[in-house]
Every structure is written in structure tokens, then in C-alpha cells.
Write a protein that binds this ligand. Structure first.
Ligand code: SF4
Length: 327
């Protein structure tokens, strides 16, 4: 048995002070991924700082921004009236993730921090550069059906497992982080990292920081939004491929567009080339097909996941078609 210390705190300031005292501390919120990682011996923090009672659960509109506290539960966000009306893409993505029981305890910040579900990462007998840098990658040439087709490296081909994060990158979310030195803001697209030569790092959160809240500008994409998740079974399965699509359509022209994919890269994958192509064009099936083709530039399969090379563009076309049909 590996012992650890359990502490509970009620303010962000004291949580950050406890974190800065001990490099091998971790915050505990819903614990839906962290406890699994501890039970399997993938991670072994010496100190768990329970932050569930820190008041970071707000979901509110302030001016033209919707603010979501890092400790708001996935269910609270998905069922919030403001989110359902103004950011339905986020509500759809959240409801596509995990099970109702998990969504009830999983938090927004924890969802962002969850780790890949690559089987080799969870099996401490197997090589995995993410768990143990320099040990190799079991998935390259191994079981890689769930793995990435974009932005891969020769060190790691894992995918980020979140649905929520795919919607958040599409919504141009701003992440507010805090340390004992103060707050800083970063774009959601810069929060998660590609694996590169440092697959052990999933994101750019510094060791002495915590996620405080998200800020999302109100937009006009709600009417024509859709989150498509393609998975092996209807519930409680991670995405093989997912697509977050939101459009603003006026006089049969796309005046604003947001597109992102999940299940295809080490981070939520924004499709900027496809967005640039579609902006100002008619929302036609021909244009959706062309946008999907553009999105696949640089895609590469690793054997078992080659099917994603066809599934991904088909999913983009389907998500855009459904989003358009809501007009
Ligand atoms: Fe580990 Fe990444 Fe390779 Fe999976 S894909 S075995 S997480 S290094």
C-alpha cells in the first residue's frame, strides 16, 4: 500500500499555498480519473489537496461573457439554462461524455486535466513514454485503434479523451489560471499540448498553478450547433472521432464558423483551414466535403486506427449537415 496525506481546504489561496509547499501534491476534485490512476500505480502523489469546498462553482453571464467555475460539475454545466440556451454545443458535448454518475461528480477543471485512456499508459508492465519517459511507446506498432491521426510524434500517439474540451476549443474559450503570484489567462487552444518530445506533459499548466474559471464570449452560433460523437457503443465510451460544429448562417452564407475534432490528436484539434474555407460560402454539401478534405491534410494512420482516415472526414460532413439543418 502506498500511503498519502489527505488535506481539505476551502479557499483557492490556501489550496495554492499547500500546492507550492510540496511538489508531489495533487488537487483532488471529482477524482474520477485521478483515483483510477492512483489505484493502478500510474501516479503516486504524497499529498492530495481536496478542493471540492473551494467556491469555484459559478455558472453565470457577466456582460458579454459566460463564466464557468473550475469546480462546476459536468452535470451542472450541461443542465444550466444559460449554457443550454447560449452554448448548446457545450451542453451537447458534456452530455455525450461518460455516464450520468460520472458527470455528477466530474468537474470542468478535472475534465480538462484528465489523462489519455491509452491502455499502455495504464498498464505499468508495458512501455509508455507518457508514464515513464524514455521507456518507449507500446501503441506504435501495437494496439492503436483509439489513437491519434493528427499531430503525432515518434514518442506518443495518444489522444486526449475529453468531449467537453472539443466544444471549449471550438468556442474560443479563455482559461483563467492562478498561482500564489496572481492570475493569468490563456487561450484554450494553448492549454493542451501536442506530445512532441515531451509526451509526459499533457498541458501547459505550471506546477504551482490551478484552473480557476473559464470565460466564453457570447456568440451567435447556438442555433446551428451540433456535437457529433462516433463511438463503439451508445453510452459510456470514448470517442473514436468527434466533431464540434457551430455556424452562423445569414442569407444562405456562412458568416461565422467554428469546427473542432476529438479522438484524433493529443489535444482537442481545431480545424482552422476548414473554417477559413467555409467562411463566406454557402452551407452546401459540396463545400462541406471540400472543408472535410482540407481538414485531413497531414493525417496519418498507424494500422489499427487507419479507419479514422475515412471516419473523420465523414464525421465532419455529417456534423456540418446536421448543424445546418437546425436552421
Ligand atoms: Fe504511452 Fe502515448 Fe505510447 Fe500510449 S501512445 S503507450 S500513452 S507513449
Amino acid at each position: 500500500m502506498i500511503n498519502f496525506q489527505y488535506l481539505r481546504t476551502t479557499t483557492a489561496k490556501s489550496a495554492l499555498a499547500l500546492l507550492s509547499k510540496d511538489k508531489n501534491s495533487k488537487f483532488l476534485a471529482g477524482g474520477t480519473n485521478l483515483i483510477d490512476l492512483m489505484k493502478r500505480g500510474v501516479t503516486a502523489p504524497e499529498k492530495l489537496v481536496d478542493i471540492n469546498h473551494v467556491p469555484l462553482k459559478q455558472i453565470e453571464q457577466i456582460g458579454d461573457k459566460i463564466v464557468i467555475g473550475a469546480l462546476a460539475s459536468n452535470t451542472a454545466v450541461a443542465e444550466n439554462a444559460i449554457i443550454k440556451e447560449k452554448l448548446p454545443l457545450l451542453a451537447m458535448a458534456l452530455n455525450a461524455g461518460a455516464s450520468a454518475q460520472l458527470r455528477n461528480v466530474a468537474t470542468v477543471g478535472g475534465n480538462m486535466m484528465q489523462r489519455t485512456r491509452c491502455g499502455y499508459f495504464y498498464d505499468t508492465e508495458m512501455p509508455c513514454n507518457k508514464r515513464q519517459p524514455g521507456s518507449g511507446c507500446g501503441a506504435l506498432g501495437g494496439f492503436n485503434r483509439m489513437h491519434a491521426i493528427f499531430g503525432t510524434s515518434d514518442k506518443c500517439i495518444a489522444v486526449h479523451p475529453s468531449d467537453m474540451c472539443v466544444a471549449l476549443i471550438a468556442l474560443d474559450t479563455i482559461v483563467v489560471l492562478a498561482s500564489v503570484k496572481g492570475e493569468r489567462k490563456i487561450s484554450f487552444k494553448d492549454f493542451h499540448r501536442l506530445a512532441g518530445d515531451t509526451p509526459q506533459l499533457d498541458n501547459n499548466l505550471k506546477a504551482d498553478e490551478m484552473i480557476i474559471r473559464l470565460e466564453i464570449s457570447v456568440n451567435n452560433l447556438a442555433k446551428n450547433s451540433y456535437y457529433l460523437k462516433v463511438r463503439d457503443r451508445a453510452s459510456y465510451a470514448f470517442a473514436l472521432v468527434s466533431v464540434a460544429a457551430g455556424m452562423e448562417i445569414s442569407n444562405n452564407k456562412i458568416t461565422a464558423i467554428r469546427l473542432a475534432m476529438g479522438g484524433v490528436a493529443h489535444k482537442p484539434w481545431r480545424l482552422t483551414a476548414s473554417e477559413d474555407f467555409l467562411k463566406g460560402k454557402e452551407p452546401s454539401i459540396e463545400n462541406f466535403k471540400q472543408a472535410a478534405k482540407l481538414a485531413m491534410t497531414g493525417a496519418k494512420g498507424f494500422g489499427e486506427n487507419d479507419f479514422k482516415l475515412q471516419m473523420a472526414p465523414n464525421s465532419i460532413i455529417e456534423a456540418l449537415t446536421v448543424a445546418k439543418s437546425k436552421a
